[in-house]
Design a protein around this ligand. Structure first.
Ligand code: AHR
Length: 494
């Protein structure tokens, strides 16, 4: 077996640009993501802008989030957008049938979300209701948010105190149509998609809408095959894919109390993303050889048991160094496949699943996953530098995983190499042959901690933060880096 990891960099003018939208996020009406997460209401004692917490706004601005998906998830196919506009006190309620059965007052609606996206300088990605909605309801939503001229929906928007349209480009045509979105067959959904997308117009507003078909669950390659075969490419811009990481789906295990075997199994499901994007891409290549249609991984991340004493339907979980490993390796996979993977959304931004932010009352903390996303921000819209990686194995029992994961990019004269060592016990030495790149002035940051199970708590919110990293040297054009166990390192050079 390989003793050291080696990386050969192959800069190429033909390499793709890593679309910044790979670094997108997802916020559903689920548990404490929107209500008692982002949104505390204008009357709250917690400092807010139009009801959204200022500390969350500042943290997400710092992260440079390129897009935000809303309102679901499964919730999207139950959501009727007209219930969430107009005077708040007159809005009807909605029972969240998928997530905890709680009754919501619709106080966070279209205006609240799109205004928030403006404040964050992020692109909204609206997932519209196909499962229990109609073509008319869908197309009226587009007219409401995008029409600049006179029309029934732009008049209604103006009545609600918004003159200019927001210009929403990204639209999901339903969500998980194979499951909570309607338990449809791929064939049935492909037909419905053709029907819905035919009536989607951008009202000369965004240049062109980016229409995303509800995609496959994990390795359901038949789903992608049918969508790519049956939907005319002039109606289709993206096909989604959802894949989560866990010990097993039935026994997800604790977010913080796990042993090495459970960690290893979680990483097996996370690293499966490499095979998933490769195989879904192969199918897409067959029907779309020019690569017009993007693979949009609009739900990914770790999924564990909820924290003790919290509502099982709220999916509230802590976030440890294991999650940092999932984030670092998954983002490397997306970067390396960025010719087809052009958008992705981590599930979910605040207080749900692999969140980047957790809140408790007026307190807020940034998770290890937040720090990885921030360290990797340098890859957004940078040119990919393709690499050849040979890595030692990480072995548990008779099973192995690649210990080291990497990706590299260049932007504005700066090269960045992101490295992850997932090994729970061993440090790994990585040798990077830099002869194809003439680099100097190296600096680096590391995210690491004493134990894999470590996390940032409300008592100790800065237990895990990125630090300056010096354990590397350059000699004869070879950069040698020593990665501690379960660590993420991002190197920068000119
Ligand atoms: O992110 C939580 C849920 O996972 C979403 O609502 C759904 O789309 C998926 O099954």
């Amino acid at each position: 077996a390989q003793q050291k990891a080696t990386i050969k960099v192959n800069p190429s003018a033909d390499a793709p640009t890593i679309n910044k939208h790979i670094y997108g996020h997802f916020s559903e009406h689920l548990g404490r993501c929107i209500y008692d997460g982002f949104y505390v209401g204008e009357g709250s004692a917690i400092p807010n802008t139009k009801g959204v917490r200022n500390d969350i706004i500042a943290a997400l601005k710092e992260l440079g989030i390129p897009n935000l998906r809303w309102p679901g998830g499964c919730f999207a196919d139950t959501y009727h957008w007209k219930d969430g506009i107009g005077p708040k006190e007159k809005r009807p309620t909605i029972v969240n049938q998928w997530w905890g059965g709680v009754t919501e007052d619709n106080s966070f609606g279209t205006h609240d979300f799109l205004d928030l996206c403006e404040v964050l300088d992020t692109e909204p990605y609206l997932a519209a209701n196909v499962g229990s909605g109609t073509v008319q309801e869908f197309t009226e939503w587009i007219q409401y948010v995008n029409h600049g001229g006179k029309s029934p929906m732009s008049d209604l928007r103006k009545q609600n105190n918004r003159d200019t349209p927001w210009g929403v480009k990204f639209w999901g045509v339903g969500n998980e149509a194979w499951g909570c979105g309607g338990n449809m067959t791929a064939e049935h959904y492909a037909n419905l998609y053709r029907q819905y997308s035919t009536f989607m117009t951008d009202w000369s507003n965004t240049g062109s809408l980016f229409r995303i078909a509800s995609g496959a669950n994990v390795a359901d390659y038949h789903w992608t095959e049918v969508l790519m075969r049956e939907i005319p490419k002039n109606l289709l811009d993206g096909v989604a894919l959802h894949s989560y990481s866990f010990v097993t789906w039935e026994k997800k295990g604790s977010s913080t109390k796990f042993d090495e075997q459970q960690y290893f199994t979680t990483m097996q499901t996370a690293l499966k993303m490499e095979e998933l994007v490769t195989k879904h891409t192969e199918i897409m290549d067959k029907y779309d050889p020019k690569g017009k249609v993007a693979l949009v991984v609009d739900e990914w991340g770790g999924w564990y048991d909820v924290e003790e004493g919290t509502n099982p339907g709220f999916l509230y979980q802590q976030n440890t160094m294991r999650d940092a490993m999932i984030a670092g390796t998954t983002l490397n996979i997306f970067n390396n496949h960025s010719s087809r993977v052009r958008m992705a959304n981590l599930a979910q931004t605040v207080n749900v699943l692999q969140a980047v932010i957790l809140t408790k009352g007026d307190k807020m903390l940034l998770t290890p996953t937040y720090h990885v996303m921030k360290m990797y921000k340098v890859h957004q819209d940078a040119k990919l530098i393709p690499i050849e990686l040979a890595t030692p194995d990480y072995k548990v029992g008779s099973e192995t995983l690649p210990a080291v994961s990497a990706s590299a990019s260049v932007k504005d004269g700066k090269t960045h190499i992101s490295l992850v060592n997932i090994h729970a016990k061993d440090k790994e030495t990585v040798e990077i042959d830099l002869n194809a790149l003439k680099l100097k002035d190296f600096t680096a940051q590391i995210l690491s901690s004493g134990k894999l199970q470590d996390y940032n708590s409300f008592e100790n919110p800065n237990a895990i933060t990125p630090k300056a990293f010096k354990d590397f040297k350059v000699k004869n054009g070879v950069l040698t880096v020593t990665l501690p166990p379960f660590s993420v390192v991002v190197l920068e050079a000119k």
